[in-house]
Ligand binder design. Structure first.
Ligand code: ZN
Length: 380
């Protein structure tokens, strides 16, 4: 077992952080991914401002996109960067605070560029501290940040378990890309090939065997790679072959999962899930101002999902949801839409979210395909 702690740097969006965590947690195995509430903060002295003109940044072609970062940090045309030692110190401090063992990984996820402008770096001291650069991926690989970030987290761990130090890593990285996780990529665009091949070449596999890297870790890594590949392909082919992925509603907690998209999960709160499941039960469509007629049905869905201890709030939350005087239902419906949007992209979302003008009947396009047991219902 390897515990992997993912630390959110203060400027990295919480939503993106959870996208990455949810993706990785969808692939169980010896690598166990943990979130933490402790954010990584920087003092002024730890952030340097570098000129746009620096060659190092031109190389990565980030120069066009710096304005976004600058808006948060500085009005001058400068790029904020942190040193490697600062990043690894943050990881090391967390390790000490939590009394973590030597085999546990601590990985800082940060939008800030670093002194050598690497996408990913491991602690040169040999400790299992790493960072992954989380910014600018959307522009380079034509996809969602969660894929390259999750990819680099697992591939970084595998590299750490395979190679003893940077010298050795440098010797083995493939200068000519072959679609292997150990391809040396200078440009974020080149990373796209690795994500699409989702592979480890036979030379690297042989080395891992010789180094006794646990097979179960290699298997889990390949599953993550494959899951990322599947999700990316499904989304990029969608405009050409618009076949809807099946949506599974699983278990007592009514998890919303897309197995064809590498078990992608859409995480809704219990109240959001209540209104969503309710509309799935009513393909004929129902106006928002008629919801109070269905109070009992909503209450029964919500009671089964509610995990808190304040039973009085169950009734009041539903009363509020149904009340024509509150915006609660509309708010939940737009929250649900943005969560599906986030997970599936705009084009696909239309089919799964609750649609309809505000004064009109609202409904969901997809239909029940199969209900095998109470444990599983399939929509598509
Ligand atoms: Zn290789």
């Amino acid at each position: 077992m390897y515990n992997v702690w993912l630390l959110k740097s203060e400027e990295y969006a919480l939503e993106k952080y959870w996208q990455v965590l949810n993706l990785l947690q969808g692939f169980p195995g010896p690598l166990r991914f943990y979130s933490t509430e402790d954010p990584v903060n920087y003092t002024d002295g730890e952030i340097d401002l570098l000129d746009y003109e620096e060659d190092i940044f031109k190389r990565q072609k980030e120069v066009n996109f710096l304005s976004e970062v600058n808006a948060c940090y500085h009005s001058e045309p400068k790029i904020p960067i942190v040193s490697w030692s600062t990043l690894f110190n943050k990881a090391e401090n967390f390790r000490k605070r939590r009394d973590l063992g030597n085999t546990e990984f601590v990985i800082v996820l940060t939008d800030l560029s670093n002194e050598y402008n690497w996408f990913i770096g491991g602690d040169p001291s040999g400790k299992k501290n790493m960072f992954v650069h989380t910014a600018f991926w959307e522009y380079f690989s034509g996809s969602d940040q969660r894929y390259p970030v999750a990819y680099h987290i697992v591939s970084g761990i595998l590299k750490n378990l395979t190679f003893q130090n940077y010298n050795e890593l440098q010797q083995h990285l493939h200068k000519q890309p072959k679609g292997c996780f150990a391809d040396f990529c200078i440009d974020k665009q080149e990373v796209h090939l690795k994500l699409r091949t989702a592979d480890i070449c036979k030379d690297c596999l042989a080395l891992m065997e010789a180094r006794k890297v646990p097979k179960s870790v290699i298997v889990q890594t390949l599953q993550v790679f494959e899951g990322i590949r599947t999700q990316m392909l499904f989304k990029s082919r969608w405009p050409v072959t618009p076949e809807l992925p099946k949506m599974h509603i699983i278990g007592r907690s009514k998890q919303i999962v897309f197995p064809e998209l590498g078990n992608l999960e859409v995480g809704l709160t219990p109240l959001e899930k209540t209104i969503y499941l309710f509309y799935l039960n009513h393909p004929e469509g129902i106006k928002i101002n008629e919801l109070h007629d269905y109070n009992a049905e909503l209450l029964s869905i919500y009671s089964a999902l509610y995990t808190g201890s304040d039973l009085a709030s169950v009734g009041s939350n539903i009363a509020n949801l149904c009340s024509p005087l509150s915006n609660s239902a509309s708010e939940k419906i737009s929250k649900i839409k943005s969560k599906f949007n986030n997970a599936l992209g705009k084009e696909m979302t239309e089919n799964y979210c609750i649609i309809g003008e505000n004064a009109e009947k609202k409904r969901i396009k997809i239909r029940l395909v199969e209900r095998t047991t109470d444990e599983l219902a399939i929509y598509g």
